[in-house]
Design a protein around this ligand. Structure first.
Ligand SMILES: Cc1ncc(COP(=O)(O)O)c(C=O)c1O
Length: 408
């Protein structure tokens, strides 16, 4: 084997010293869209972020004035690592209402659910250990596991979520220890799928058989447009599940406030890890979340969001049926959340290039895997555009789709 010339290995001392990191092609897609000459006019089905109308519903200006009047400089100081006491109690009370046996001591407030994922890696993962997730899966979590030295085992999923029997078979074949199972139980990112009742129990049994920890990452739970809520896994088994939530999808992602619910020992370890990262989650962000709850209209706010996104989902479903019914493309029909998973039968990146030229965007499916699969699928996110723009955007997608297929 020929050795690579030294210059190719180390363009600079910094480059030679650095270790590569896994990022997220989802985040990169946003930059690709922003740099595009038609950026201002693009109908984006790429973002998994709240719509502008949803952010406006929070009436953040009033909350900000309220926080500064009530809390003054305290809202702009450092806070305690585990989080503001009042917010921890709000989060615990909400969890109890969902059947999770939690007190404020079982809560750590984090810089979004993303930081909770990173903290879980620091506390529960040793390099080389295995994390099991469905395929496709939340891109940023897959990268976090890999950045912490884990190997990710992606197992198939269907309309009921991760195929637990397939996971059990794959693990039997490998005969290796699993450290973590990662699931988004409600309206998964990117597929929109909900893990069925029976699969939740089966997954907990499998985790117990492997003496592994289950991450239940649940930021979309409140955004159900039809059907009945299922009991969280943390409400079924309390001592093996760490449960994550977030204010990002239902309030304001810019405040970067999420949380983890676990046993007190895990919270203590996570707090120690967090002290080397950011010491405490933004006090201002936490105080805004507290003010939002003090205002006393959270239930109405969530109901308004469900109406808003339910209408967008219906508009997206109608538009896909209208524009793509006569093509080989197929898509699912989730009960909530922000996403459809569309199997297009054409290369996702090629499709994205053509879509951008036509004035539409999405995230190619291969962003959501470590294996290079899902090249012919896309995450179609309907949360941001208005229903009218959704109709226009899907027409543009159809034009792009026809162009890509005509090249074959
Ligand atoms: C499944 C899932 N987990 C976590 C996050 C990150 O949320 P946060 O903004 O709270 O870090 C997202 C956001 O896209 C998500 O889809």
């Amino acid at each position: 084997m020929t050795a690579e010339p030294a210059i190719a290995r180390a363009a600079s001392p910094l480059e030679a010293a650095g270790r590569d990191q896994h990022g997220s092609f989802v985040d990169e897609t946003f930059q690709i869209i922003a740099r595009h000459p038609r950026a201002a006019d693009i109908v984006s089905f790429a973002a998994g972020a709240p719509a502008a109308e949803a952010l406006a519903l929070a009436r953040a200006d009033e909350l900000m004035a309220d926080v500064l009047a009530r809390d003054g400089m305290r809202a702009l100081n450092y806070g305690v690592t585990e989080g503001e006491a009042e917010l921890r109690e709000i989060i615990a009370a909400d969890a109890r209402a969902r059947g999770i046996d939690a007190s404020a001591d079982d809560v750590i407030v984090t810089a979004g659910a993303l930081q909770a994922i990173d903290l879980a890696c620091r506390v529960f993962l040793r390099p080389g250990e295995i994390v099991v997730s469905g395929s496709p899966s939340f891109a940023n979590a897959l990268s976090a596991f890999r950045n912490h030295g884990a190997r990710v085992l992606e197992v198939p999923q269907d309309d009921d979520g991760i195929d637990v029997a397939a996971a059990a078979r794959a693990l039997r074949q490998r005969g290796e220890r699993v450290a973590l199972f990662f699931v988004v139980p409600n309206f998964d990112n990117p597929t929109g799928t909900t893990l069925s009742d029976q699969r939740r129990d089966a997954l907990l049994d499998l985790a117990e058989a492997h003496d592994a920890v289950v991450i239940e990452d649940d930021p979309y739970a409140a955004l159900r447009y039809r059907g009945a809520d299922l009991a969280p896994m943390a409400a079924r088994v309390r001592d093996r599940v760490i449960h994550f939530g977030s204010f990002s999808k239902t309030f304001l992602p810019g405040i970067r406030v999420g949380w983890c619910i676990a046993d007190v020992g895990t919270i203590r370890r996570m707090a120690a890890a967090k002290q080397t990262m950011d010491s405490s989650t933004s006090t201002l962000g936490q105080r805004l979340a507290i003010a939002f709850h003090r205002r006393g209209q959270v239930a109405e706010h969530l109901a308004a969001l469900r109406r808003l996104y339910g209408e967008k989902q219906a508009a997206a479903r109608r538009a896909l049926e209208r524009e793509f019914a006569d093509t080989p493309a197929v898509w699912n029909d989730p009960d909530g959340g922000f996403y459809f998973w569309v199997r297009t039968g054409v290369d996702g990146r090629e499709f994205l290039d053509a879509a951008l030229d036509e004035g539409a965007a999405f995230v190619p499916g291969e962003a959501f895997t470590t294996t290079g699969s899902w090249r012919e699928a896309i995450r179609f996110s309907y949360c941001a555009p208005t229903p009218e723009r959704i109709g226009e955007g899907v027409q543009r997608l159809r034009r792009a789709y026809d162009r890509v297929r005509a090249r074959r």
